[in-house]
Design a protein around this ligand. Structure first.
Ligand code: CAA
Length: 379
């Protein structure tokens, strides 16, 4: 067993850390306050190759491994989870889905600009009545011969207004239930496709979350991904990798809050010594560091399994379940260590605490991860 990072992985991690500290940190509080999408920063992340990290270079990707992707996600998320969710959705849900299951024409037309960061994508599965219960798709895609006619509403779509390319899941053959579901590539600006207002969220407030409405949207037949009826499996397989990315995001949020709490505890004095020298605080830091390290091992193991071409369904869900709980617990403790300062925006930890909560909700709630894990261990 090797736990060391390769030289290349260390360099990627350092590049992401430098970018996060130098480019994401300035302005992160204001972007959170005003729900401002980090447009310039996303452009820079595209130039750095963070938006199509694992895609084959022949489609403009970075050709990197999943472990490297989790390192980047961790470093970015330490500072700005609103920016890192763009990286996660674009890499794991959009680029991965297109590269793995798209046709050569789809890859040329849609994957290349997404992997280079020239465009960003969105993954549209959730609906008002179909969040966790993803088989209950109400959005319909009627087969009209040369094209499909798309009707319905999608909810909570990350990159909802900033994306150019949308992967949309919809029901074609209702009688076949999940086996009648399809996945489609829909371009922004297609007539009948409208974008609802931005959601006003508790956390990841800079990220661009919208409802999307499809009203008699014509989607060319060649924009269906995979065989007729492959859409649900497409969504499930894609989400499996997504869970590793979000687990890494949760890990980063926890590690970011921990780094701030550690630095603060060494500086802040009470009763004549740094608060870190009080056992009450030192033991908190010990627990936080241990939880983070355990989460990191789970995240890296799931990523490593994916890189080996082995099954990672169970480990990806375990990593997400555990890391998101760690993110929540550690950020609460980081606020506590900061005392009153932790409750104000300037110290960053209150934002990390708010951001942590979404990691227990999106790409499958913690309850969904427990379902996947229990089914796997009981099978
Ligand atoms: N890989 C391949 N196939 C899979 C699969 C997987 N990981 N999981 C399920 N399937 C297949 C099953 O084999 C089955 O196929 P067959 O009938 O051919 O055997 C089919 O899918 C149905 O499976 P289940 O009977 O297990 O379906 P279910 O409804 O009981 O449970 C679920 C499935 C795990 C709960 C699933 O619905 C799920 O993951 N739900 C959560 C959805 C989710 O994560 N939503 C978040 C939206 S995306 C998001 O947040 C993006 C964003 O913008 C940030």
């Amino acid at each position: 067993m090797h736990f060391e990072l390769s030289e290349e992985q260390q360099m990627i991690k350092q590049a992401a850390r430098d970018f996060a500290q130098n480019e994401l940190k300035p302005g992160v509080i204001e972007r959170d306050e005003h729900q401002k999408f980090p447009a310039e920063q996303v452009k820079s992340m595209g130039e750095l190759g963070f938006l199509g990290m694992m895609v084959d270079p022949k489609y403009n990707g970075g050709g990197m491994d999943t472990v490297s992707y989790t390192l980047v996600m961790e470093e970015l998320s330490k500072v700005d989870a609103s920016a890192s969710v763009v990286v996660s959705v674009n890499n794991s849900l959009v680029c991965y889905g297109l590269e793995k299951y798209g046709t050569e024409e789809q890859k040329e037309k849609y994957l290349k600009p997404l992997a280079s960061g020239a465009q960003i994508g969105a993954f549209c599965l959730s609906e008002p009545e179909a969040g966790s219960d993803a088989t209950s798709q109400q959005t319909t895609a009627e087969d009209k011969g040369d094209y499909y006619l798309l009707n319905g509403t999608k909810n909570w779509i990350t990159n909802g207004s900033t994306a150019s390319t949308y992967l949309v899941i919809a029901q074609t053959h209702k009688e076949l239930k999940h086996k009648g579901i399809n996945a489609f590539i829909v371009e922004k600006g297609t007539p009948g496709f409208t974008i609802g207002p931005k959601e006003n969220k508790l956390g990841i407030r800079g990220s661009d979350t919208h409802s999307l409405m499809f009203n008699d949207v014509k989607v060319p037949k060649e924009n269906r991904i995979g065989e007729d009826g492959f859409g649900f499996k497409f969504a499930m397989k894609t989400l499996e990798g997504g869970r590793i990315g979000i687990a890494a995001q949760a890990l980063g949020i926890a590690a970011g809050a921990y780094e701030l709490a550690l630095a603060y505890a060494k500086e802040r004095k009470s009763f004549g010594k740094p608060i870190a020298d009080h056992q009450a605080i030192a033991f908190k830091l010990a627990d936080m560091a241990t939880q983070i390290e355990a989460a990191r091992l789970l995240v890296h193991k799931a990523a490593w399994l994916k890189d080996q071409g082995l099954s990672y369904t169970l480990e990806g869900s375990m990593a997400k379940l555990f890391a998101s709980k760690v993110a929540m617990d550690v950020t609460v403790e980081a606020v506590q260590i900061h005392g009153g300062y932790g409750f104000v925006k300037e110290y960053h930890v209150e934002r990390l605490m708010r951001d942590a909560k979404i990691t227990q909700i999106y790409e499958g709630t913690s309850e969904i991860q427990k379902l996947v894990i229990s089914r796997s261990i009981l099978a």
